[in-house]
Design a protein. Sequence first.
Length: 370
Amino acid sequence: MNGMHGIIFSYEKATDLRELIEARVHGSIPFAGEYRVVDFVLSNFVNAGVTDVGVIMQGKCQSMLDHLGTGKSWGLSRNHGGLKLLPSFAYNERRGDDGHFRGKVEALGNVMDYLRHIRQDYVALVDSDLVINLPLQQVLADHMASGADMTCVCTAVPGDRDDTYFKVDDSGRIVDTSYHGYDTSGYRCLNVFVLSKELLINMVADCMAHNRYSFRHHILQDKGSELCFRAWVWDGYAARINSVSAYYERSMELLNPAIRAELFPAARPILSKENDSPSTYIDPTGECVNSLMGDGCDIQGTVRNCVLFRGVKVEKGATVENSILFKDTVVKAGATVRCVITDKNVTINENVTLVGHEHYPVVVEKGSVI
């Protein structure tokens, strides 16, 4: 897989993630007790043998920078290649009318010098907000065997109206691309694309010369008739984190052993930034049922059907159910928490009752004291 280079897009999007992205972009949202969302696509590259990965960043990227560091946790801290962090507007004065991110093509155009110096023949483009464990080596092999100009990974599982959808003919070629429509039939695009470095540079240069900036409009739609874009259908687990409800539902799904086994197979491990926390402690008088917990938790109260991150404390007499508590959240004695998402360093005081609904969980912003 030394023939493939990875590019991850990490940028601000118009979504319904509310408090979860006030201080971060989508890819750096904590997920599954020990990880960030970006860990999944980054680990997909590493598991496929990819040694060079560029992360194109825009917006509130400090959390992402802190998490990725030099890439050492993923074996990508190298003298040549490895992990490269690319602020998309730091390389070129060309940008959108208001200075904001307009599209992936514009972001790629602003790092054109980086693209030209890629050492590999093929490039895989992936969004940072996708939770998936994808065999990318198989995607590349099938792409090379098919002779397609670009391979687009998609799924038959429907999604939202704002997703991109493909119609595919009997040969596997994509014959129509649509989005923001009422018709969500066809295959939902997972925003994973494999193509040659040469074609990528040519398409981006052409779009930039004509002030075209949208990947799905100016490439997937406009160039679909002249180039051969093929679908690679993934029938496994894939989740796009684009709303608070989606984040809550996808997190609760992890309590299902079958989904955990699919998302965390031993053959393709998901890697993350190391931490030095001690083991989680569960008091003999406490209760912990059907929950996923990171290291360093102190559970002395009752926890049921929850996802807890590193350093969470639940004091005696406190009850936490169907909730997601980020790092260093403290639930004090006598408090009741149900269907709640707390960001980092939240404190819920004694005897406080905080209850949301599984379809509309309460979100508590970072550092709050309730």
